[in-house]
Design a protein around this ligand. Structure first.
Ligand SMILES: [Zn+2]
Length: 287
């Protein structure tokens, strides 16, 4: 039987590399643009490029619920939303496997964070502020992540998340017709700060400074609104790459947009407090 040789067609394809989207994510650095005494230069993405990116030196990173939770939200549902927010970042798949970022839920914290204090008695707390928002811009603020880091090395020693249940109606379900604010989306943003990311100018990013600023992010489904963008995933894969233990910083760092960071930094004995809020969308304002 004769076989007919199939002509081999060499297609000399020009492998034109698809234009790679430039990273837009920002990291929080030890240069605080809210501190009038510091001059922090920014890069083309409006990320602060001075200072050392702040970082955790040990994984897993711990978070702990304040035992009291919120009287305004179903306790199990609220905890589930918060856990899902942490999981979203830890489950990112990078080109060479899953990110090395891991979290561990510690035991509940009994004592509330004192109102107006920058630091709770115990680290890593998730606090619901049912009665009063003890920070600036109560009506605008949805949540605040506070970190304390070492000024020289950027090593994070303390973090907590406060959620403004006093002034905000949160929802736990994916009721897309609701005008309430989605708790999981807000906490996912705060977890981005928790791991050392700053606000991003990429409108698709969960790290935009304003909740649901973009219709692309919030005009579709709850899953999209809660989800990470490509650039958010790139941020995790860069800072917490799959290879264990190599969480070294990329050469550039960044800090949050100063307009959305009402809390100033206070240097105390070489430790710096940094607070970063997510604020409400301003309805009717084009973004
Ligand atoms: Zn924020």
């Amino acid at each position: 039987m004769k076989t007919r040789a199939l002509p081999v067609i060499l297609t000399s394809a020009f492998l034109v590399a698809a234009p790679r989207a430039a990273s837009a994510f920002c990291r929080t650095t030890t240069c605080d643009p809210n501190n009038a005494e510091e001059e922090c230069r920014r890069n083309e993405n409006d990320c602060v490029r001075d200072g050392v990116p702040i970082k955790w030196t040990e994984l897993p990173i711990v978070y702990r619920f304040h035992a009291e939770g919120s009287s305004k939200l179903d306790s199990a549902g609220a905890r589930s939303a918060v856990r899902s927010a942490f999981d979203a970042w830890a489950n990112v798949e990078c080109a060479r496997g899953r990110t090395s970022l891991r979290f561990r839920e510690g035991s509940d914290i009994a004592k509330d964070k004192p109102l107006g204090k920058k630091e709770a008695a115990e680290k890593f707390g998730i606090f619901f502020r049912d009665d009063e928002w003890p920070h600036q811009d109560a009506e605008e603020s949805l949540a605040l992540t506070t970190q304390i880091y070492r000024k020289t090395s950027g090593t994070i020693d303390y973090a907590d998340i406060e959620i403004n249940t006093a002034d905000t109606d949160f929802r736990l379900t994916d009721d897309e017709g609701s005008t309430k604010v989605d708790l999981q989306a807000v906490v996912t943003h705060e977890v981005g700060h928790y791991i050392g990311l700053a606000h991003s100018n990429d409108p698709d990013s969960i790290m935009v400074a304003r909740y649901c600023a973009s219709a692309d992010r919030c005009g579709q489904s709850t899953d999209v609104a809660r989800g990470l963008s490509e650039d958010d995933r790139r941020a995790v894969c860069t800072v917490y790459p799959p290879a264990a233990g190599s969480s070294e910083a990329p050469p550039q760092g960044c800090a949050q947009a100063s307009s959305a960071s009402p809390a100033g930094a206070v240097v105390i004995g070489g430790l710096v407090f940094l607070g970063c809020t997510l604020v409400r969308r301003r309805f009717g304002r084009a973004t």
